[in-house]
Structure formats: C-alpha cells, structure tokens
Design a protein around this ligand. Structure first.
Ligand SMILES: C[S@@+](CC[C@H](N)C(=O)[O-])C[C@H]1O[C@@H](n2cnc3c(N)ncnc32)[C@H](O)[C@@H]1O
Length: 219
C-alpha cells in the first residue's frame, strides 16, 4: 500500500494518545519494545523517542517498511530501531524478548483474545502488552484477563468521536485536493477510496469506533 504524507500528518495527530498510554507504564530503563503492525512507523518512532530503548516494528507491507526505513535514517534512529517486513503470524522471536509489546490498528485481523494468547510468550516477566482497539470488541475478554495471564494495569479511553473528528473528517476536508493531486497514481487512488469507505462506516456507526488503549501486565 502506498504511503501518503498528507494521511501521515493526520495520523500523527493521534500520537498524543500513544504518548498518554506510554506514560502510564512504569519507568522502564532502555526497554525492548515490539510494535506489531507498525505501518510506516508513526507510533513506533514515537515509542523509540519516549522510551530511549530498542524498538522493533513489524509489518507485512513493503512500502510501509521502506518509508519507515527512510524516516529512521532521517531521524538518526537506525542504530536502535529496526523495521522488519514480517507477518504477525510468522513471528519467531524467542520467548521473553520484549519488555513491551505494542499494537495499534491491527488486532482486528487476529482478534483481541488470540493476540493476548499468542503474544504473551514474547513478553518478559512483568512485561506489558498495550493494544489500541475498539471498546465494544473487548468487553467479553477483559473479565477473563487473569485466566489469560494478564492484569489490566490501565486504560486510556479516546474521546468518543476521536476517529471521526481527528482522522476521517480532516481527511474528508482534504479529499478533493488529494484526489486531484494523485489523479495519475492508481495506488494512491485505491487508498483514498479505502478511506472513503471507512469514513462512511465510521459515520454510519460511530459508537462501534470508540477506542481505547488497554495496558495489560503479564502476570
Ligand atoms: C491501520 S494500519 C496501523 C499502522 C500503525 N500501527 C499505526 O497505528 O499507524 C494496520 C497495519 O497493519 C498491517 N498488517 C496487516 N496485516 C498484517 C499482518 N498479518 N502482519 C503484520 N502487519 C499487518 C498493515 O500493513 C498496516 O500497516
């Protein structure tokens, strides 16, 4: 999938929630962090800056990884941040590698409960799993966190209309300009079409898109 700078700028507006969630973690010294489904690294780079640690981002999309690597060079972060083209279904990291496993916007693919089960082994003892996901998709799982080997350390609830007012609406405002600018770029037009469909979905059913960061401690 092509990466468009205008969308990246809008996405960056959400970093304030990534920051808020990260700051809920206890102070970790040079932590090892894994960001699953990192895209072009918008949250991953923020996590690297906030933590001062070693960060690995994985994503299946080569264009995202290429853009991520470009930013790492630009920001002089390539010595402690790596971008890997890898599917979340094929992670072979040894057990207990990471202090923090982070994921924004990809858990829908695998499911909340499955991600908790499969990613637990990657965490060090007392490590943290932080997932940004839809509130209505986790309600049945949260009461069973202890059975799944976690305790809920904290939650950052986004404003009810955050995805609409801070993401889809600003994109909508730019849409005509973007469609014109990228009129000869088939990949960009495909991506913009995808955003239009998502926007319609969010507009129709906004209560489904109330999201939160769930900060879960491995116990
Ligand atoms: C909505 S984007 C979120 C990107 C980034 N986490 C962010 O918040 O900006 C979802 C990302 O998950 C990636 N993805 C989808 N399926 C994946 C898989 N099986 N393994 C790894 N990444 C995947 C997509 O390529 C895409 O970059």
């Amino acid at each position: 999938m092509v990466v468009l700078e205008e969308i990246e700028q809008v996405r960056a507006g959400f970093l304030k929630y990534t920051r808020e969630a990260f700051l809920k973690l206890p102070c970790l010294e040079n932590p090892r962090i894994l960001d699953i489904g990192c895209g072009s690294g918008v949250p991953t780079i923020e996590l690297a800056k906030l933590s001062g640690g070693e960060v690995t981002g994985i994503d299946i999309d080569q264009s995202c990884i290429d853009e991520f690597n470009r930013k790492l060079k630009e920001e002089n972060l390539a010595n402690r941040v790596e971008a890997l083209k890898l599917s979340l279904y094929e992670m072979k990291f040894p057990d207990e590698t990471f202090d923090v496993v982070w994921s924004e916007g990809v858990v829908g693919n695998i499911g909340f409960e499955t991600s908790l089960k499969e990613w637990r082994r990657l965490l060090k003892h007392n490590g943290y799993l932080v997932i940004h996901y839809q509130v209505n998709r986790v309600a049945d799982v949260l009461p069973r966190l202890p059975q799944l080997g976690y305790s809920l350390a904290d939650t950052v609830l986004l404003p009810e209309d955050a995805w609409w007012t801070e993401f889809y609406e600003p994109i909508e405002e730019k849409m005509e300009t973007l469609l014109h600018k990228y009129r000869d770029n088939a990949d960009a037009l495909k991506l913009l079409e995808q955003y239009k469909n998502e926007r319609d979905m969010v507009k129709r059913n906004s209560s489904n898109f109330i999201c939160a960061f769930y900060i879960m401690k491995k116990v």
